[in-house]
Design a protein around this ligand. Sequence first.
Ligand code: ADP
Ligand code: NA
Length: 328
Amino acid sequence: DRKPRVFSGIQPTSDSFHLGNYLGALRQWVAMQDSTDALYCVVDLHAITVDHDPKVLHERSRVSAAQLLALGLDPERCTLFVQSQVPEHAMLAWILGSETGMGEASRMTQYKDKSAKQERTTVGLFTYPILMAADILLYQTDQVPVGEDQRQHLELSRDLAGRFNTTYGRTFVVPEPYIVKETATIKDLSEPEKKMSKSSASPRGCLYLLDEPNQMRKKIKSAVTDSGGDVRYDTEAKAGVSNLLNIYAALADTTVEKLEGEYAGKGYGDFKGDLADVVAETLAPIAARTKEFLADKAELDRVLTAGAEKARGLAVRTIAKAYKKVGF
Ligand code: ADP
Ligand code: NA
């Protein structure tokens, strides 16, 4: 029998991915390569739903792909590509948009958050979750590794797949979210009640994979904790420390309980110092490898072209089915 099909995407909207992207999603992407038939996508169509500079976007798509390779995605074991190179994504989004209710689309909370931060809000930002459903359904996806913030969008993808199948007959696999509980929402280092995000209000709130090791250390050391002194997991009373414990446990492949034991009787200073070492040691090689992948422009182009061809081979089959079903 066939391996489960996996699909996930990430936006090329900053110069570097952050620790929330890595622990919430990208680490799972790498881990799932062998046990599944995985497609991973730099979703540049999504990136133009907010203000953008064309030259910067093009460069960021390449840097994003290079980071994914540096994190350990292997084009021999998964399909890595850039969304705009597979036109079927937009084709399916149009069909699904015609199946989506206005009320249903209006309930998406990420749109409300993101549009509040824009001077000018676009229809593209509003219909973003429909394009995301198309990304997923196009590949008959079984599992979608994402962070908790994508759960509602995944629910819409499932609803659209189910509805289309009921109306037109079986066309799409109904996808399941794959969310790792411990790292489902990595919090902002400066405002631990919010999720870590590139739109953090504080320059030290978001830790980027390509930060200099010194910057990483500063960000960890200045992370907001609380007036207490003990390293204990309590998401209500000690949101900041609990977030750092989750990060530490995930990066050092240990458990929060073991860390609580190790740091019993020690203060936040020791704990943060050790965590800063773990973070810097884990991420520094990724930055170095990213540079190497970017240096060989022809090879990166070759990888992405081959990935898009492979993805397209699958995408055209779903489009043929869906076109026939709706009467084209
Ligand atoms: P961003 O949220 O920074 O705009 P994307 O929307 O491109 O990034 O998300 C890429 C992946 O990273 C998604 O699977 C998303 O759920 C995950 N992710 C983003 N921020 C976090 C976070 N703070 N904690 C856990 N996962 C996250
Ligand atoms: Na694979």
